[in-house]
Design a protein around this ligand. Sequence first.
Ligand SMILES: [Zn+2]
Length: 185
Amino acid sequence: MDHKKIETAVKMILEAIGEDPEREGLLDTPKRVARMYEEVFQGLNQDPSEHFQTIFGEDHEELVLVKDIPFYSMCEHHLVPFFGKAHIAYIPKGGKVTGLSKLARAVEAVARRPQLQERITSTIAESLRDSLAPHGVMVIIEAEHMCMTMRGVKKSGSKTITSAVRGIFENDQAARAEVMSLIKS
Ligand SMILES: [Zn+2]
């Protein structure tokens, strides 16, 4: 990542809004923002499927749900945060499962870059589908978008919910309902 370029750009933004980048409180701001961007955008060079190392587990062909995985991302339209929880459900096939912590890592890899909530949701679902070839995958994400809550319509606390459904969940309404009730419980 090009720290110097980020620093120059942040300094220019400060000047452009009419601030004085040389005043004490702002002197190190370009450097701080560059370091922060390195961290919040570190998913850019990660492939989420790297985290889905397959483990051959039990022949457990029943629902696995990991819910309330916290994540932070940056809206690609405004470069301000959106954040919330991801819920990932899948039904393994042929004993192919993945470590539960790997699901959280994959969420981080996808979230830590300029993003759209819809794309995070479908990328996780498809990456899990392609890595484990399960019977089905369902990903639900609920998030609060700062670009909605701190400006414009200012709907503080409002949540956006997205879902991506692949495999047997596409046609099995009862299976989808089971996931939804487990997420809410
Ligand atoms: Zn936005």
